[in-house]
Design a protein around this ligand. Structure first.
Ligand code: NAD
Length: 484
């Protein structure tokens, strides 16, 4: 891949630079070094990409499901062939350790195969009519041109999780990736190009001015659906504006996951699990535990193991094979960690480990924050209320099941939640009572391409992946037919 020419726009099957020739720098968050440039597109390029997608739509929807599935299988094959190249690029551009980048590429590829299969299962149905000479039939048809806006934290899989179901359903799509990770997006779209999808089916617009591109997408009547993954703040704003042209909307937004450890669980196992999922992607995951509730009788043991695990992590750049935790994405993320720790300690929190920016061992130019464990957390602290999106594990003590369920549900977010218990009845009760889209019972990874991912409340609308994921790209049509 040539990252020097900044021809990162893919419109109607052609790669190009921005009309003005403008570019923006892409940096390695572990060193602050510039690693490439991307085309800085605006409204004009976006409008052309929408027009290309609109023109391609009638042709693509007319292809049969097997043709669309075969195209996605080809993309899947190519992505697996390029897995190592993609993983290396992701580690460099986004900062996650290579091992994590490799597993994200595989997760991203899974959506291609899953939706290739689902393309063939877009079933309709018939409904018994109250009138004997009438037939009622339900068709499921592609919504049309889709705008997909994606974040930087999972820069490959968040794209395939949208493009695969859109393409499988017969839609065409324009992807606008985050400004921090345009090169991963380019590399993914290159694979669709190589798989020879017809021009206009998948389009890519890179930009450092998301509001200008977002405005063009929202204004357009041709764009019939917005699928967004990112912050709750931006998602709400875009969804509100999408109503002006009554677009279909699905939103995967922020989270504030509770992680509940009961005294009847294997506490050591729970603490190791908490460390794995909390420090995954340096805490920059929407399903990252943000409030770790531990029952009083086991809190000391839990905190010891969690703290030990946090101390053992080895920070480093993504391409450093010995690194087990990467940098944060940018300076503002680092500032948020410092602010949340300062606020918590001022209000009485205890720092068990970490708590500050890391500057030693060649880390000074990167955005490294020490894996941190805080105890004595109370609801007045900002870390208890806001999504952290970084490597800070706040531990809160609780006494009873009812109390912890009430505390866990006391948030406007509702994406992931975790429960550690070996009491079967409790596992059932608590999983039913938690007001979240995803519950992991003794399970830190309740996700798969085959499973519906999404939240309730301010964590979003709709589901991605699973049998449900393709529904977001299909309209339901009722056909009534009176027999002559
Ligand atoms: P963000 O909202 O700042 O950015 C997300 C995307 O929106 C980027 O592509 C950005 O360029 C774009 N954007 C920003 N302003 C825009 C505008 N005015 N018009 C159009 N597009 C605009 O979020 P972020 O900081 O990049 O991502 C982190 C957030 O994403 C966290 O809150 C995280 O929880 C959430 N997230 C959610 C999921 C999920 O599946 N629920 C997955 C990953 C990340």
């Amino acid at each position: 891949m040539d990252t020097s020419s900044a021809a990162t726009l893919y419109i109607d099957g052609h790669w190009s630079t921005a009309d003005s020739g403008a570019t923006f720098d892409v940096t390695d968050p572990s060193s602050g070094k510039v690693i490439g440039r991307a085309a800085d597109a605006g409204a004009a390029e976006t409008e052309r990409a929408i027009a290309a997608a609109a023109e391609a739509f009638p042709h693509w929807r007319a292809q049969n499901a097997y043709t669309r599935a075969t195209a996605l299988v080809r993309v899947h094959e190519l992505m697996l062939e390029r897995a190592e190249e993609l993983a290396q690029l992701m580690s460099l551009e986004q900062g996650k350790p290579l091992r994590a980048a490799r597993s994200e590429v595989l997760y991203g590829a899974d959506f291609l195969m899953w939706f290739a299969e689902e393309a063939k299962r877009v079933y309709g149905s018939t409904i018994p009519s109250p009138r004997s000479n009438q037939r009622l039939t339900i068709l499921r048809q592609p919504v049309g041109v889709v705008a997909g806006i994606t974040p930087w934290n999972y820069p490959v899989s968040m794209i395939t999780r949208k493009v695969a179901p859109a393409v499988a359903a017969g839609c065409t799509i324009l992807v606008k990736p985050a400004e921090q990770t345009p090169l991963c997006a380019q590399a993914v779209v290159e694979i669709f190009d190589e798989a020879e999808l017809p021009p206009g089916v998948v389009n890519l617009i890179t930009t450092s001015q998301p509001a200008e591109v977002g405005d063009a997408l929202l204004r357009s009547r041709a764009v019939r659906k917005l699928t967004f993954t990112g912050s709750t703040e931006v998602g709400k704003m875009l969804a509100g504006r999408a109503t002006a042209t009554m677009k279909r909307v699905s939103l995967e937004l922020g989270g504030h996951a509770p992680f509940i450890v009961f005294e009847d669980s294997d506490v050591e196992h729970a603490a190791k699990g908490a460390a794995l999922v909390k420090f995954l992607n340096t805490g920059q995951a929407c399903i990252s535990p943000n409030r770790i509730y531990v029952q009083r009788s086991v809190i000391d043991r839990f905190v010891d193991v969690l703290t030990d695990r946090a101390r053992r992590l080895r920070p480093g750049g993504g391409l450093d094979e010995s690194a087990t935790i990467g940098p944060l994405i940018d300076a503002s993320a680092l500032a948020k960690m410092e602010r949340q720790v300062a606020d918590a300690t001022q209000k009485g929190a205890r720092v068990m480990t970490g708590g500050e920016r890391l500057r030693g061992d060649g880390l000074a130019n990167g955005y490294f924050f020490a894996p941190t464990v805080l105890t004595e957390i109370s609801p007045a602290m900002s870390i208890y209320q806001e999504e952290t999106f970084g490597p800070i594990a706040p531990v809160i003590v609780f006494d009873t099941e009812d109390e912890v369920v009430a505390m866990a549900n006391d948030t406007d977010y509702g994406l992931a939640s975790y429960v550690y218990t070996n009491d079967l009845a409790r596992a059932v009760r608590v999983s039913e009572a938690l007001r979240f889209g995803i519950v992991g019972i003794n399970d830190i990874n309740p996700t798969a391409a085959a499973a519906p991912f999404g939240g309730t409340g301010e964590s979003g609308l709709g589901r991605e992946g699973g049998a449900q994921g393709i529904d977001e790209y299909l309209d339901v049509k009722l056909v009534g037919h009176v027999l002559a």
